[in-house]
Write a protein that binds this ligand. Structure first.
Ligand code: PGA
Length: 249
């Protein structure tokens, strides 16, 4: 049941096209011998450049969101088909910043996931509790609701194309990483929740990342945990050296 680790950068709203070119050119030689899958998720405006510049390399490209409809009157949105046509392979869905600032719900996460899968994209589904929820001992119930919501109506044979990212909201961009025990505990719980939905065998194949201030210093300890299969990296993905050190942990 060896799961290949996957380290993905989440650039968020950073990097112009010029900056994208420079970062990718710096990154390519630094990660070329990576033993894990390497993904960079970029703003929509950088995707074409990222796909072009990573051709023939081991870096895969992802978007940071996708709409659930095939097309239509959804000003400002981007469809799965548009991403596929660009050569994009992954897409982040339900990041906590989307949930917090843009009204993303478990239902919209589910709808986006279905649209992504149908188009052949690989969703990276984000879940995680806020500090208040953790302090009230609600981490497990909050994450269970997010997992059950995200996977509602999704076929078992799609599981192989899905990555889950556990990102405690209080650890994102704060420099405050979950301890490896905290991360492992919840990620193990997530695996059990998925096992309840799809059976243990498939759950054991699902790749689950940790995200939240993951960096060159803490990556090894987090990756040493038996259930942690990678990371979703924000801040540390914006510098080639830092990101490569996480990738080559
Ligand atoms: P961070 O962001 O690494 O800057 O904490 C992680 C994320 O939001 O995916």
């Amino acid at each position: 049941m060896a799961r290949k680790p996957i380290i993905a950068g989440n650039w968020k709203m950073n990097n112009t096209i010029a900056e994208t070119k420079a970062l990718i050119e710096d990154l390519k030689p630094l990660v070329k011998d990576a033993k894990c899958d390497v993904v960079i998720c970029t703003p929509y405006t950088d995707l074409a450049t990222a796909v072009e510049l990573t051709k023939g390399s081991n870096i895969k490209v992802g978007a940071e969101n996708v709409h659930w409809a095939e097309k239509g009157a959804f000003t400002g949105e981007i469809s799965a088909k548009m991403l596929v046509e660009l050569g994009v392979e992954y897409v982040i869905i339900g990041h906590s910043e989307r949930r917090q600032y843009f009204g993303e719900t478990d239902a919209t996460v589910n709808a986006r996931t279905k649209a992504a899968l149908q188009a052949g994209l690989k969703p990276i589904i984000c879940v995680g509790e806020t500090l208040e929820q953790r302090e009230k001992n609600r981490t497990k119930s909050v994450v269970r609701k997010q997992i059950n919501g995200a996977f509602d109506g999704i076929d078992a044979d799609e599981l192989k194309n899905i990555v889950v990212a556990y990102e405690p909201v209080w650890a994102i961009g704060t420099g405050k990483t979950a301890t490896s025990e905290q991360a492992e505990e919840t990620i193990k719980n997530i695996r059990s929740m998925v096992a309840k939905l799809y059976g243990r065998k498939l759950a054991n194949k699902l790749r689950i990342q940790y995200g939240g201030s993951m960096n060159p210093k803490n990556v090894s300890e987090l990756m040493a945990q038996p259930n942690i299969d990678g990371g979703l990296i924000g801040g540390a993905s914006l510098k080639a050296v830092d990101f490569s050190q996480v990738v080559n942990y």
